[in-house]
Design a protein around this ligand. Structure first.
Ligand code: FAD
Length: 361
């Protein structure tokens, strides 16, 4: 199926706004005609409000107009706090926050963003996001409504909506006697975020199980790609950088439910023996080729290092955990500190796995 809108729509934030926190892979917060200003080490600072240089009242008015365009079940809010929509529990607000209640709503929201020059960003459960204290200029779109979270089993395949929780996929697979999904049990994200990040654990990664992915382009057209067309690699899927994943077909193998249950229990035990329970975004850094990032941070003696309300976890060196006083700035400072020490002491350039989004306060 292909749904095409006239006029063509949308500038999506992820390509331009989500930054991977490394010198080699930094991105600007908003794409624009003029060059970006440099910010903290290796990162380009977001531009000040350009097309979104609106008074709060104007945003309320935009919010109202979008509300009238979408179905009554859709959620549209202005100036929405984002910290509680992430597992790190820090960061600022979104100018606009939208939960479409159908794919048609999603298309209408994208068209609205295009018409009003509002960039957009899609989020899942925010379990791999560090939102800066100044928040996100533009619209944050969440596929949190039930219509995006369906999981349907058919033979060895599971058709999963982008909003489906990875844990729910693992448990549904077990219920249908399908193995290969056990590693998803403890990853607190959605299929959409999991595809974008090619989430993995216990030697498995999501794209090992993906047959095809249904996506919406920023112009509102819907397409289906075979897994190998999307360029998924370790903790990244370039083919989804500028697209919204709507869902995926995953394939498992039949297996006795007891065996699946045993594997899930074992994975869960291993995870909770090595992972902190405090708020975090999971692993902050990608593993360098030479050494796992957690082991490196441990060897550098950085466990327990603190900046404000952000700490390097004692349980796992690659986790930064936060307390209720933490700000995104604290977490960013701690990331910079770890990267500097790794560079100075081991000549290792750590690249962030966590997606860093938004503007400084
Ligand atoms: C305690 C803890 C443990 C974790 N353990 C693991 C682990 O073992 N393995 C692992 O890989 N990760 C792990 N993570 C990180 C995280 O759970 C995964 O990266 C997860 O896949 C992110 O999914 P999400 O829905 O939360 O995405 P978000 O964090 O909301 O978004 C992540 C990225 O995906 C993009 N995105 C979200 N939805 C879509 C969509 N529909 N279409 C296109 N792009 C989209 C966002 O724009 C963003 O760039 C852990 C995190 C925590 C807090």
């Amino acid at each position: 199926m292909s749904i095409q809108l006239e006029p063509p729509i949308g500038e999506m934030i992820p390509h331009s706004l989500v930054s991977s926190h490394s010198a080699s892979n930094s991105r600007n917060a908003h794409s624009s005609a003029s060059p970006p200003r440099e910010g903290r080490a290796g990162e380009r600072r977001p531009r000040s409000r350009t097309r979104l240089d609106l008074h709060p009242d104007e945003f309320s008015s935009l919010c109202l107009r979008l509300t009238h365009r979408l179905s009554s079940d859709a959620v549209v809010r202005a100036d929405e706090p984002l910290a509680r929509k992430t597992t790190l529990r820090v960061g600022g607000r979104a100018d606009l926050y939208v939960e479409p209640a159908s794919e048609v709503d999603l298309i209408l929201a994208l068209r609205f963003c295009h018409q009003h020059g509002v960039p957009f960003l899609v989020i899942g459960r925010g379990s791999n996001l560090l939102i800066k204290d100044g928040g996100v200029r533009g619209a944050v779109i969440s596929l949190a409504q039930p219509c995006f979270s369906l999981i349907e089993a058919s033979g060895e395949r599971l058709r999963c909506g982008a909003g489906a929780k990875l844990k729910a996929v693992a448990f549904d697979a077990k219920r249908h006697g399908l193995t290969g999904f056990e590693f998803l049990e403890g990853i607190p994200g959605t299929i959409g975020g999991g595809l974008r990040m090619n989430a993995g654990a216990m030697t498995g990664q999501l794209f090992d199980r993906v047959e095809s992915v249904r996506v919406m382009d920023p112009d509102g057209s819907i397409k289906e790609f075979a897994a190998d067309e999307l360029g998924a690699v370790y903790r990244n899927c370039a083919g989804l950088r500028d697209r919204i994943a709507l869902g995926a077909v995953l394939r498992g193998r039949p297996a006795p439910k007891d065996d699946i249950e045993k594997r899930m229990t074992e994975f869960s035990r291993k995870r909770w023996a090595s992972q902190p329970a405090a708020p975090s975004a999971g692993c902050i850094f990608k593993n360098p080729r030479s050494i796992p990032a957690g082991k490196l941070i441990d060897e550098l003696g950085l466990k327990g290092t603190r900046v404000g309300g952000a700490y390097v976890s004692q349980e796992h060196g690659n986790f930064i955990v936060t307390n209720s006083t933490a700000s995104a700035h604290d977490v960013l400072e701690l990331i910079d500190l770890i990267r500097s020490v790794a560079r100075l002491e081991r000549e290792i350039e750590l690249e962030t796995e966590v997606q860093i989004i938004g503007e400084e306060a």
